[in-house]
Ligand binder design. Structure first.
Ligand SMILES: Cc1cc2nc3c(=O)[nH]c(=O)nc-3n(C[C@H](O)[C@H](O)[C@H](O)COP(=O)(O)OP(=O)(O)OC[C@H]3O[C@@H](n4cnc5c(N)ncnc54)[C@H](O)[C@@H]3O)c2cc1C
Length: 491
């Protein structure tokens, strides 16, 4: 039985959230062990945000070239997947090798251990034969994996998840996509623009079901215009693979076929692998519930997708800043107690990190720990047009009993939309709390929907009075002038 080795902090899972926490704490002078069983950096750089956005950039270039006709002459487009696959291999993922990321972490002073970490009691983590005992705390940043539904026949077939879709070097002739959420739609549009015959099958009655219904409509119409077949309200009942093709059968006898099947029906945390019972935490939950300082229980923090607060890199980074501040605060108090002279080395690091946090715009001032607040959580689906949203949808706001007002404005009715012409589909929708006189949610769909969203995020985050938003000056002729128009018809 290995003797536990004393360290300050152990971080299990070095995805976006875990790597940030571990690296910043190591830089601040704590002894930090970072444990990762796969690739340091996690899903986002290797199979998520970054390569998928490279694919989208390429697909959008094709779409823009196809818009030349009627605007600027004629253009012939011959899609080629090879440069996209090459860029993903060489620039984004280093052929799925994390050597640079490991060196980045160890260069910041962290100690890296490759393997699967598991709790063995408060503050104690085992990885292989090694056991670490953390003085200040353990942080779990173990993320999620694809949730594959228990459809008859599916297990055992060579279906794709996001990983195979991102790694693909030769495109199939046809692709069935099970799931019409953000990831499903982004990848469907990309592959369709490169000439793949894509069929989306979604159980809900609309795609992008978590967003405003108007956004679902625009996104579905845009994908259909790219040749994607979309079938909503279809519950998949059986999957078969005959060695060459997939057949997906849905309730009511509908049937779809495709050379490949991509399953993107959500993501799941695997809490049962983490030894949570040894610290009195229920591992049968869907996610790890955390308080507003990201604490699961005393001495145990969680960060990123595993918390279920929003599966986005920007949520993981936001939460990481809170965990860092909270752990440094704990270390500073502990060391000040052990060393009343106050000269313990972490004090400088802690204060440095705290002021860096406040300088980077995190809530809370130097020396205080910021608290998590998700009221103004932004999210962007990078289809073309992009679907950006923040805060509550109209339906969510009404379900909370809020006295709701809604304003809506189509981009095509704005000067910029009219100038843009082809590809100008989109709108701004704002949701206000009429009693408070502030926006509590908004949706921005359009060619730059995700960028236009930022003004709306500020409005929701800062609870800026609608009366003030109405009397701002909106640059002419920008897409974001549609915000002013939407505010003008709030009712
Ligand atoms: C196709 C796709 C596109 C996306 N696009 C976007 C986007 O555009 N914008 C956006 O904000 N987000 C996007 N996301 C989501 C984003 O990737 C995640 O929100 C982000 O990666 C979460 O980071 P994390 O640190 O919580 O977890 P992860 O990145 O999942 O990292 C968790 C790490 O923990 C490791 N691990 C798990 N258990 C253990 C263990 N017991 N011991 C050791 N290591 C362990 C795993 O190997 C993994 O490396 C996308 C996701 C996908 C799949």
């Amino acid at each position: 039985m290995a003797e536990p080795e004393q360290v300050d902090v152990v971080v299990v899972g070095l995805g976006v959230g875990g790597e940030e926490v571990a690296g910043r704490l190591a830089e601040a002078g704590l002894s930090v062990v970072g444990i990762e069983r796969n690739l340091v950096g996690g899903e986002c750089p290797y199979w998520g945000c970054i390569p998928s956005k490279m694919m989208i950039r390429a697909a959008n270039a094709l779409a823009e070239a196809r818009r030349v006709d009627g605007l600027a002459g004629t253009a012939q487009v011959r899609p080629d997947w090879a440069p996209v696959a090459k860029r993903i291999r060489e620039e984004a993922t280093d052929t799925w090798n994390d050597r640079v990321a490991v060196e980045r972490f160890t260069g910041r002073g962290g100690r890296f251990v490759r393997g699967s970490g598991r709790l063995e009691g408060p503050g104690r983590v085992r990885v292989g034969d090694q056991v670490f005992q953390a003085r200040y705390g353990v942080v779990l940043g173990t993320g999620t994996r694809p949730a594959v539904p228990p459809i008859d026949g599916l297990a055992g077939t060579p279906y794709w998840t996001n990983r195979e879709a991102i790694e693909v070097e030769e495109l199939p002739e046809s692709l069935l996509v099970l799931g019409g959420g953000a990831i499903g739609l982004e990848l469907s549009q990309v592959f369709a623009r490169f000439g793949v015959r894509v069929t989306v099958v979604e159980a809900m009655d609309r795609v992008l079901a978590v967003e405003e219904p108007e956004a679902s409509e625009v996104a579905a119409a845009a994908l259909r215009a790219d040749g994607v077949e979309i079938h909503t309200g279809v519950r998949a009942e059986r999957v078969d693979h005959d060695g060459e093709r997939f057949t997906l059968r849905g309730a009511g006898g509908v049937e779809f076929t495709g050379e490949r099947l991509l399953v993107v029906t959500g993501r799941r945390a695997h809490l049962d692998e983490l030894g949570l019972d040894t610290v009195g935490v229920d591992a049968s939950q869907r996610y790890l519930p955390v308080d507003d300082r990201m604490q699961v229980t005393d001495g145990l923090w969680a960060v990123g997708d595993v918390t279920g607060e929003g599966a986005f890199t920007h949520v993981a980074m936001y939460q990481a800043a809170i965990v860092i501040a909270d752990l440094l605060d704990r270390a500073r108090h502990a060391r000040a107690g052990a060393d009343p002279s106050g000269t313990a080395s972490v004090v400088g690091g802690a204060m440095g990190a705290a002021s860096a946090l406040s300088a980077s715009g995190s809530s809370g001032s130097a020396g205080t720990v910021p608290r998590a607040d998700y009221r103004a959580l932004p999210r962007v689906t990078f289809t073309d047009p992009e679907v950006g949203a923040v805060g509550l949808t109209e339906e969510q706001a009404r379900a909370r009993g809020i006295n709701v007002q809604v304003g809506f404005s189509k981009l095509a009715d704005s000067t910029r939309g009219w100038i843009h012409r082809v590809g100008d589909e989109g709108f701004i929708k704002v949701v206000a709390d009429a009693d408070q006189g502030v926006l509590i949610g908004a949706t921005s769909v359009g060619p730059a929907g995700g960028e236009v969203l930022s003004g709306l995020v500020v409005a929701v985050h800062g609870a800026v009075p609608v009366s003030q938003l109405r009397h701002m000056i909106y640059a002419y002729p920008t897409f974001h002038r549609a915000i002013e128009a939407a505010l003008g018809n709030l009712h």
